[in-house]
Design a protein around this ligand. Structure first.
Ligand code: F6P
Length: 318
């Protein structure tokens, strides 16, 4: 099952789970539309062959949804009955912390074995250095910012570029460094508007012809990219400012090789762990090994921003 916001690599994980099941002679069913489809019994058999051609496909063939009804005891009971009726006896849930929270409660209420695979472009899950789709999103965003840089520098303009990251700044910080942004605004650190303006002035004085400021959607300046533009317009005459909100294009596209390999490894580990009788874990990548983290920790723990990268970014923008 895939649930919550989709991410590139989810299909590769579905393929991996189905093929690992086939390898061990276990029947595998795909659950459509996350917990919504689970409650409705919307299942389809997945075989080694009918998951062909999936490894390079963005999105999720199982579709995804965020379900309100599953948050109620009645909804979860409906889901349990639908799973039992279809003889399903373990769940691999691919998604983010909302998905894992649902899976954990479901296990606590019905003793149903669950295993999580982290799939979100935000990389905001504790217990893995990389969530599925994060690497692809970084590459997608960097490519787009490079293009914006071309036009920004032709016109000597300043661009505020909003990238995804509701609660964390992993995407913003990494693409900011990767695309050579002059400033990066992330939820974990509030630069403050005055320092932003000072920094942009310094940058202009040092002879830069264009400037890129990458803004995570959850940043803490209290202003969105359009308001940031207005603020700079009012306080700095030296820049002509434009705004670009990248939006959901960041979630689409063919997964990078890294995400395909990661998805394949995670799918194998998820099925093998369930076969070993384990439950309530998330598979994650730690020190280049696929390792298990209790779902509870994955939900409660914080995925920390890389402080060293913040320092690197500060040095790079001198
Ligand atoms: O997948 C996570 C995320 O990309 C966040 O960064 C973003 O805020 C959110 O999804 C938007 O999701 P949706 O529009 O699907 O609700």
């Amino acid at each position: 099952m895939t649930s919550g916001g989709d991410s590139p690599g989810m299909n590769a994980a579905i393929r991996s789970v189905a093929r690992t099941c086939a390898f061990y002679n276990i029947e595998c069913a795909g659950i459509y539309r996350g917990y919504e489809g689970m409650m409705e019994g919307d299942f389809k058999e997945l075989t080694a062959r009918n998951v062909k051609g999936l490894i390079n496909k963005g999105g999720t063939i199982l579709k995804s949804a965020r379900s309100k009804e599953f948050r109620t005891p009645e909804g979860r009971k409906k889901a349990y009955e639908a799973l039992r009726a279809a003889d399903i006896d373990a769940l691999v849930a691919i998604g983010g912390d909302g998905t894992f929270t649902g899976a954990l409660i479901f296990n606590q209420e019905f003793g149903f074995p669950v295993m999580g695979i982290p799939g979100t472009i935000d990389n905001d899950i504790f217990g893995t250095s990389h969530t599925l789709g994060y690497d692809t999103a970084l590459n997608t965003v960097v490519e787009v910012i490079d293009k914006i840089r071309d036009t920004a520098s032709s016109h000597n303009r300043l661009f505020f570029i909003e990238v995804m990251g509701r609660d964390v700044g992993h995407i913003a910080l990494n693409v900011g460094v990767g695309a050579g942004a002059e400033e990066i605004l992330i939820p974990e650190e509030n630069l403050g508007l005055e320092r932003l303006v000072e920094s942009l002035r310094r940058s202009k004085k040092s002879g830069k012809s264009s400037s890129i400021v990458v803004v995570a959607e959850g940043d803490k300046t209290g202003k969105n990219v359009f308001e940031l533009k207005d603020y700079v317009d009012q306080n700095m005459s030296e820049y002509e400012v434009r705004v670009s909100v990248l939006g959901h294009m960041q979630r689409g596209g063919s997964p990078s090789c890294f995400d395909r390999v990661l998805a394949s490894r995670m799918g194998v580990k998820a099925v093998e762990s369930l076969l070993d009788g384990k439950s309530n874990f998330m598979v994650g990548l730690l020190n280049d090994k696929i390792q298990l983290t209790p779902l509870e920790n994955a939900i409660k723990g914080q995925s920390k921003i890389n402080k060293e990268l913040i320092r690197v970014s500060d040095i790079m923008t001198t």
